[in-house]
Design a protein around this ligand. Structure first.
Ligand SMILES: CC(C)(COP(=O)(O)OP(=O)(O)OC[C@H]1O[C@@H](n2cnc3c(N)ncnc32)[C@H](O)[C@@H]1OP(=O)(O)O)[C@@H](O)C(=O)NCCC(=O)NCCS
Length: 162
């Protein structure tokens, strides 16, 4: 798919599919704090990967799995369902490479808007702000952490090709 330089490391992106489920599952477990209930189960991922319009992109740093995105497009709208980077690879541009690729994929298609949901208080918002997403809504108690505590989600959106 694409190769991008991040600091001194090489970030390689490639399209994935259900055969990459083990990689996605391992990255998911590593990346998401179970306190917040943002991560998906392996079977949720498998089910979503089978849906029309779902696209998985995997990021590798020096050939090691470092992160992934899952997006879904329906008609002229797309959603960034998940973005995750393993803690050991953070703050080195992997997330940026993934989000740029997701936006670029939308740009070459007929997608007018890219949406996402993020837990209120998640620092990932800084990355979304930097890439032109703006907050368009809130969903109360959208995430439920493993102790049963609920967390609000904020919905962000970005106009593509504007
Ligand atoms: C959000 C996430 C994908 C970012 O990945 P990353 O590879 O660290 O991102 P980048 O290195 O490309 O960071 C790009 C910029 O985003 C901002 N940013 C990213 N993570 C940040 C954090 N934890 N705190 C503050 N700013 C952050 C910074 O501005 C950063 O630039 P800088 O490092 O030059 O300051 C990663 O932290 C992650 O996997 N988090 C857990 C999963 C998650 O919450 N996903 C989002 C909800 S689905």
């Amino acid at each position: 798919m694409a190769t991008r330089q991040a600091a001194t490391r090489t970030v390689t992106l490639r399209t994935g599919d259900a055969r990459d489920l083990a990689i996605v599952d391992a990255l998911m477990t590593d990346a998401f704090d179970p306190s917040y209930g943002e991560a998906w189960t392996r079977s949720q991922c498998l089910g979503v990967l089978a849906l029309t319009g779902v696209h998985l992109t995997l990021a590798f740093v020096d050939d090691f799995p470092a992160g992934f995105t899952m997006t879904r497009s329906v008609a002229d709208e797309a959603e960034l369902l998940l973005i995750a980077v393993a803690p050991d690879h953070r703050r080195r541009g992997v997330g940026t490479a993934l989000i740029r690729a997701a936006i670029a994929d939308c740009s070459v298609g007929s997608i007018a808007k890219l949406h996402l949901e993020v837990r209120a208080g998640n620092d990932a918002v800084k990355m979304y702000d930097a890439h032109g997403f703006t907050k368009v809504g809130e969903r109360r108690a959208y995430y439920r952490g493993k102790t049963g505590v609920a967390y609000d989600a904020h919905t962000y959106s970005k106009d593509i090709n504007s």
